[in-house]
Write a protein that binds this ligand. Structure first.
Ligand code: ADP
Ligand code: ZN
Length: 377
């Protein structure tokens, strides 16, 4: 990590000849022109964004690029998960081709995970692969989808089922963009920030216990630190295991449970991904307690902090009469990350000391689920 001008720090994601820098801090968009000048193959870009983000951040980005003599064109899509579809991808590719692209054109994804995943995938397949830059504008995208090079669209059979690995040429995480992000979305990103602490960084978790509210409420130094440490943690894991053979599974902490809850609810706005992950992490710690891997204190410490920052830790208000542990286990069995019918869980010996367990007894998982369901109804 090195300190650059104006409080923007640079973190390198080491991926051999596809290594790239993540520029983190307040004012990254204002500096996008100078940051990207040395990276673009030609001084022309196409910005892909959505209507919410365009309102506040499109013009500042265009101003910054034009100061560096980079010409721009933009494509503004509707917000929401429905935009991450094959239909929208087809439309986007048509629009891009119609307006003119060549191998030196660079796409800029200005937005959250939806815009990043869709634009990244478009860049991966257009002309068999052109460059793209990520300018993530949600906390979730800044700490999660902007590292690792996964791009995808959803299908009616499930989320992210069609996609490609395509690394961005650079990421600019401007923490100022979080000022216009609704608090609920900030909290969702925070769940993933906390996840890195629980996986393998107890110091970070302790730091978040003290500084979590600052991260949520807009302290620029605290935000930069949280984004940098999250990205550094993810980059370390991804660099060791780019294509998800083993270690990368750690990033799924809270997600086996979380995805099952999301699927049971039917991916409605009632529960957002980050909220499902928050509940899922508590379930993972509960499972670890029942397997005598960790202590109740560790579980309670995690739960207390989630409650303090306003994230859910149980199924109250969510679980209905048709909720059963069997139904949730079935969702888990269908998750594309299950292998050979066995359920993989990320368990913890302590906060900051997690590991991959491939052979968990489904009966104990069902017990955990039953407890949460019973407590909720
Ligand atoms: P993610 O998958 O990263 O959580 P999405 O792309 O689904 O995020 O974005 C979540 C919502 O927040 C969308 O409605 C999007 O338009 C909106 N949004 C994203 N970034 C910002 C921002 N910086 N300011 C205001 N709204 C934003
Ligand atoms: Zn997630």
């Amino acid at each position: 990590m090195s300190l650059a001008t104006d409080g923007i720090e640079v973190l390198q994601v080491p991926m051999g000849d596809r290594s790239y820098n993540i520029h983190v801090g307040e004012g990254g968009i204002a500096q996008a022109g100078s940051i990207l000048s040395g990276i673009l193959r030609a001084p022309r870009v196409i910005i892909v964004t959505d209507t919410n983000i365009a309102k506040a951040w499109l013009q500042p980005l265009k101003d910054s690029l034009s100061k560096s003599k980079i010409t721009t064109r933009e494509i503004i899509l509707p917000p929401g998960e429905q935009t991450k579809s094959m239909a929208q991808l087809g439309q986007l590719l048509d629009d891009l081709l119609e307006g003119g692209v060549d191998r030196k054109t660079t796409l800029i994804a200005l937005g959250g995970g939806v815009i990043g995943d869709l634009t990244g995938f478009a860049a991966a397949v257009l002309l068999r692969g052109i460059d793209f830059i990520q300018i993530p504008t949600t906390l979730l995208a800044q700490v999660d989808s902007s590292v690792g090079g996964k791009t995808a669209v959803d299908t009616r059979f499930g989320k992210n089922l069609i996609g490609a690995f395509h690394q961005p040429r650079a990421v600019i995480a401007d923490t100022l963009t979080l000022d216009t992000l609704p608090m609920r979305e900030r909290r969702c990103g925070y769940a993933e920030v906390l996840k890195y602490g629980v996986i393998n960084d107890r110091n970070f978790f302790d730091w978040l216990q003290i500084n979590g509210q600052k991260v949520l409420n807009g302290d620029s130094g605290a935000r930069r630190e949280a984004v940098l440490r999250s990205c550094a943690n993810k980059a370390k894991i991804v660099a060791a295991d780019e294509r998800e053979a083993g270690l990368r599974a750690l990033l799924n902490l809270g997600h086996t449970f979380g995805h099952a809850i999301e699927a049971q609810i039917g991916f409605e706005d009632k529960l957002k991904h980050g909220e499902a992950v928050a509940i899922g992490m508590v379930m993972a710690l509960e499972l670890s307690v029942r397997l005598a891997m960790t202590s109740e204190t560790e579980r309670d410490t995690l739960r207390a902090h989630l409650i303090e920052v306003g994230l859910p830790t149980d199924l109250k208000g969510l679980a209905g009469k048709n909720w059963t542990s069997e139904a949730l286990l079935e969702h888990m069995g269908r998750d594309k990350k299950t292998q050979g019918g066995k359920l993989t869980f990320i368990l913890a010996r302590a906060i900051g000391n997690s590991f991959v367990a491939n052979d968990v007894d489904p009966k104990i998982v069902a017990d955990v689920l039953d407890t949460f369901i019973t407590d909720a109804i």
